[in-house]
Ligand binder design. Structure first.
Ligand code: NAP
Length: 300
């Protein structure tokens, strides 16, 4: 397991006396780890803390990219890995050695990426494509389709199930799965998109994860927006209640942050929650994720 050295500064007036009698400095630290200022004594305590190795799947996707980048930036806490479907996606996110190319529909292919990780963030999803020939100037709605073999049944159900099974076999300690709000309504328009029943298959995978015994957090996001994160008050809910309100969107950056926070907060475990945000400028931007996750009960 990789380790990071965490440095803790202890600055206490009660230790002031030491500055006049350095000989009495505590023996628990070697001399080079003791520092004195003119006013207080500062003890530098160094401890090796284990880093958590986290794999983001769908790391070439719009939310997955952000989550992978955030993990890479937090080197004092995480060793990041990414899983993408194609070499082109790998290049797109920097082409580092920690990015694995695999297809989640192929159970064998994902094993190397999952071996040795502590936690998994699942951000893979079937992606509907717009049928050619749509002309917005003529009005109406575009039609969508899924490529053969890439329907939600294959990606959002079999693909997610393969990841959960591989994670369980590898002893992964936690899984965060991003789903979508709307799953309580079989007639939701997203289900008719490309005849894919996408919300139905996503829910099936969520249930499979909840039944797996692995500590999990299921984040059912509202409509995703490509906006800066950290600027809005986040809202959690259950059973699509938020869909009845005006607040049913969220930025991809905020979803990515919530995924990472869920790895570090005990109150996020064994929970499925809807996630949206107030508009920017309304309310207070969320910083307290422990408080946020505590607002929902621990059940599917
Ligand atoms: P996205 O950009 O559509 O990314 C999905 C990723 O999954 C893509 O990078 C895709 O790779 C990957 N993928 C698909 N099939 C794969 C396979 N067989 N093997 C490996 N990887 C595969 O995602 P997003 O829009 O950021 O959404 C993130 C999550 O939030 C998804 O679960 C989505 O359904 C959910 N959500 C979306 C909305 C919304 O408004 N769009 C709302 C609520 C929830 P390729 O690029 O190579 O195909």
């Amino acid at each position: 397991m990789e380790m990071a050295t965490r440095v803790t500064l202890i600055s206490s007036p009660s230790l002031n006396g030491y500055k006049r009698s350095p000989i009495s400095l505590p023996f628990f630290l070697p001399f080079h780890q003791r520092k004195r200022s003119s006013r207080t004594l500062t003890v530098v305590a160094m401890a090796d803390v284990p880093l958590s190795t986290v794999l983001v799947t769908g790391a070439g996707g719009r939310t997955g990219q952000i989550a992978y980048k955030k993990l890479k930036e937090r080197t004092d806490q995480f060793v990041a890995r990414g899983l993408v479907r194609t070499p082109e996606s790998k290049e797109k996110i920097g082409g580092a050695d920690d990015v694995f190319v695999a297809d989640i529909r192929d159970a064998e292919s994902i094993i190397p990426a999952i071996q040795g990780i502590d936690a998994l963030i699942i951000l893979t999803s079937a992606v509907p494509k717009m049928k050619p020939g749509f002309d917005p100037s003529k009005g109406g709605r575009p039609e969508f389709y899924f490529e053969e073999g890439a329907y939600p049944e294959q990606v959002d159900w079999i693909g997610q199930k393969n990841q959960i099974d591989a994670a369980k076999a590898a002893g992964v300690k936690q899984i965060v799965l991003v789903g979508s709000m709307g799953g309580t309504d079989l007639n939701h328009p997203l289900n008719s998109l490309g005849n894919g029943n996408i919300l139905v298959w996503k829910r099936k995978a969520e249930q499979y994860l909840a039944d797996s015994g692995i500590p999990y957090t299921i984040i059912r996001a509202g409509g995703l927006q490509d906006k800066e994160g950290g600027l809005r008050e986040l809202l959690v809910g259950k059973d699509d209640e938020l869909l009845q309100t005006e607040t049913r969107t969220i930025s991809r950056a905020d979803v990515a942050e919530a995924c990472i926070q869920a790895l570090q907060i005990e109150e996020a475990k064994f929970k499925a929650l809807d996630l949206a945000s107030k508009p920017e400028g309304v309310g207070t931007p969320t910083k307290d994720f422990k408080g946020l996750f505590s607002q929902v009960s621990a059940c599917f």
